[in-house]
Design a protein around this ligand. Structure first.
Ligand code: PSV
Ligand code: MN
Ligand code: MN
Length: 389
């Protein structure tokens, strides 16, 4: 029996995607950062923009912070400000990659005083989590080397384990740590957390509150990302996603733009592994930068793409698929998956939104709202996202 859209309608209601505060700032490449009229000047304005995405889609109830880019004096007030705008503070991202002191590493550094500074920064991030009600600390490290022999690979891994242990010990009962991996950049010879296996090994040594963060743009071309999703869910260690898409390296483009089929395959494995639903441990975050397109519609497009591929993934007739797989029906099984992928759910989703008091077409509704023109007129001198000068 085929799965119908009405049978998955309630499952879609549970979908919640965190937006990164830095997606709303100006970003670019090492060649040029183009500024966009209306760019937020403060974290409060970033939260207002994120809340706008949520208002048009009901898909984005949380905003992830990046410290120190989003530093304020009163974090409790920032949490209250977010609540007033109908959103809450999501993942807190640490940053040990932009200060001179971290030139040769942070949590892996040979110099104990640099390592101390990096660990203390994470303690500060945990304080921010307590004040804002955030539950997840995300660690992505730029640590690595450029030349063979430059560093002691094993020693760096051992120091990393010790640093993470200290940070882990500081987490509150309801708080978690997610360790993000990335195969290269900014280091080009080796990276200290290059792959899911290294992240898994490090977080497994810590305990239940430490999980892996999978950024979809952080793999070598051709990597079967849905296999990693399956394995981490199977092992109970998929803590969060950073969704974006890429054509070449860590492009941070709109999720689903480069390869919607890959996004579908990933979301199918999320569902297969129990990663959807209210009690799922998986936090769904976007990690995107918008270099040339407007930021708010860019984020709206992204969350809609995730929703669309989620709906298609939920439409897979899993019973028939299992039967075909068990019978060795190669082409039959493949056809069942492809049938769901090729199902156009846009009309059903538009009706689904309207029945819930949302605009049928959030992109069009936002464009017609005048918000973009208003922020362009009101905000002068918007901020750059943290990097990319
Ligand atoms: C750097 O590659 C990166 O894009 C990581 O994916 C982090 O999640 C993000 O920056 C924010 O620190
Ligand atoms: Mn990321
Ligand atoms: Mn990245």
């Amino acid at each position: 029996m085929t799965t119908t859209f009405s049978s998955i309608a309630t499952q879609l209601e549970a979908q919640a995607i965190e937006l990164p505060s830095w997606a709303f700032g100006n970003s670019g490449t090492r060649f040029k950062v183009f500024s966009t009229p209306g760019t937020p000047r403060t974290i409060q304005e970033k939260i207002q923009d994120a809340a706008t995405v949520n208002r048009y889609t009901a898909l984005a109830p949380k905003v992830a912070l990046h410290i120190p880019w989003d530093t304020v004096t009163d974090y409790a007030a920032l949490g209250a400000f977010a609540a007033d705008h109908g959103v809450s503070v999501g993942t807190v991202n640490s940053n040990t990659f932009q200060d001179d002191v971290y030139k040769f590493g942070s949590l892996t550094h040979t110099d104990a005083s640099v390592r101390r500074q990096a660990i203390d920064h994470h303690f500060d991030c945990i304080d921010v989590m307590h004040a804002t009600g955030s539950q997840d600390l995300k660690i992505w490290l730029a640590d690595g080397t450029n030349y063979p022999g430059q560093g002691d690979l094993r020693g760096r891994q051992d120091r990393l384990a010790d640093s993470l242990q200290q940070i882990y010990a500081r987490l509150g009962d309801d708080q978690r740590m997610v360790l993000e991996y990335k195969f290269f950049e900014p280091a080009f010879y080796h990276t200290d957390v290059p792959d899911w296996g290294t992240s898994f090994a490090q977080v497994s040594a810590l305990g239940d509150k430490a999980m892996v963060c999978l950024d979809t743009g952080h793999h070598a071309p051709g990597t079967n990302i849905e296999f990693i999703v399956m394995q981490l869910l199977r092992l109970g260690k998929l803590g969060s996603f950073d969704f974006n898409s890429r054509f070449y390296a860590d492009d941070d483009l709109i999720v689903g733009a480069a390869d919607p089929f890959q996004l579908f395959r990933i979301l199918f494995e999320v569902n297969r592994g129990g990663g959807f639903g209210a009690d799922s441990p998986v936090a769904f975050m976007l990690d995107q930068c918008h270099n040339v397109e407007d930021k708010i519609p860019g984020q709206i497009r992204s969350v809609l793409n995730v929703q669309e591929m989620t709906a298609r993934a939920l439409l897979v007739d899993t019973g028939a698929l299992r039967t075909a797989q068990d019978a060795g029906d190669v082409l039959g099984a493949n056809a069942i998956l492809m049938d769901a992928f090729y199902t156009d759910v846009r009309g059903d989703l538009a009706a689904w939104r309207e029945s819930r008091g949302l605009p049928a077409d959030p992109m069009a509704a936002y464009a017609a709202s005048g918000y973009q023109q208003k922020i362009a007129a009101d905000r002068v001198g918007g901020q750059q996202a943290g990097w990319g000068a």
